[in-house]
Ligand binder design. Sequence first.
Ligand code: PEP
Length: 249
Amino acid sequence: MRTPIIAGNWKAFKTIPEALALVGELADSVRGVSGVEMAVCPPFTALAAVAERLRGTSIKVGAQNVYWEKQGAYTGEITPPMLQGLVDYVIIGHSERRKLFGETDETVNKKVHAVLAHNLLPIIAVGENLDENEAGKTGAVVTRQIRGGFQGLSADQARTCVVAYEPVWAIGTGETATPAVAQQACAYIRGVLREISPVYADAIRIQYGGSVNAENAAELLSQPDIDGALVGGASLKADQFAAICAAAG
Ligand code: PEP
């Protein structure tokens, strides 16, 4: 059985005081929720404060990005050793990073290797944009992204990764993929994973992301190949995020 994982991607929202207020409220709201792994991914500036506030709770912490080198003259970058002890998870290859900051399957793969080498767990984001979707290229796009992201990983490493299937047209648009469409894509991704790692494909958790909210979460999360959600907008509201976590538990 795969334990569902709900992760909140806060993007570039929340100052340190705002972040502390949100996780304070969230920690209260999810008390009693079980059977689901929960994580919040605040901006780097709030990571230490949030990690400290959540110590001893059931909510884990993730980063939204990382650089692949250990250290060096890389102005503005954050490296895996800097995240050790602060976070469990690192989101890698979010579509906003691919689109706005030029990330490629190759850089995603370097980051995945770097994160795993430092005992952190990657959440590898994949998904097609609207044009690709309308051209019937969803399968080809996610196959390329999954093969690229998992390139060179051992089966043991592959097994610990989380995949987030996030159709770009559904992110921040309020246009959620239907449960059937999301399930079909996640099952397809599991098939690609099976080709890479036949032994562990059934252990790898695949999240759906794209306008998940308290109302649509339960039906999405009840699909057999959807093992959680990567949540943007709704993760900025404690009651909404807690309801999504409860729907997964
Ligand atoms: C995301 O940013 O990963 C995301 C899924 O955003 P939203 O839930 O707002 O669509």
